[in-house]
Design a protein around this ligand. Structure first.
Ligand code: ATP
Length: 135
């Protein structure tokens, strides 16, 4: 039997990234990986960089989500994403360069002082998410 549908809306600063009826959505929250079906208990959570998988009735779509908020309501899920990308929008070379930059900063080989560790860790997570989505 097909799963029960609920409304999913994903808004990024420059567009309605996705809007449709889905059976499940998976994403990475501050509490870890989450999979949300219809009739999930209402809650709000924070998005972390990760691959989001949208389960539609006839297939799945994957995208990279890097930061934002998730609002789970009784019959719909709203995601306010600061940065969201479909696979075809990702520039793999740019992602690789960002990964190398972040790894150098975290490994102490960038030659810079005053490294913001958290910022570098998040940049690394974003780049790895982009690379993983394309692999
Ligand atoms: P970079 O250091 O290369 O800018 P970043 O992770 O710091 O990477 P973000 O702050 O996450 O970049 O994103 C800034 C904007 O650039 C967003 O619109 C995002 O979609 C876009 N962007 C970042 N990296 C890529 C990429 N590899 N391919 C396509 N768009 C990207």
């Amino acid at each position: 039997m097909a799963g029960k549908l609920f409304q999913l809306k994903i808004i990024s600063p420059d567009r309605v990234f996705y809007e449709g009826d889905v059976t499940m959505v998976e994403f990475t929250s501050s509490e870890g990986e989450m999979g949300v079906y219809a009739d999930h208990v209402p809650l709000t959570t924070i998005l972390m960089p990760g691959i989001m998988t949208i389960h539609e009735q006839d297939g799945i779509k994957k995208a990279a989500l890097h930061a934002g908020f998730v609002e789970i309501l009784q019959d719909k899920v709203n995601i306010l994403a600061e940065v969201a990308e479909w696979p075809e929008e990702i520039d793999i070379n740019r992602a690789n360069e960002a990964r190398i930059r972040a790894e150098r900063r975290l490994g102490g080989t960038s030659g810079e002082s005053n490294i913001d560790i958290l910022r570098a860790e998040l940049a690394l997570k974003r780049s790895l998410t982009r690379i993983k989505l394309l692999s």
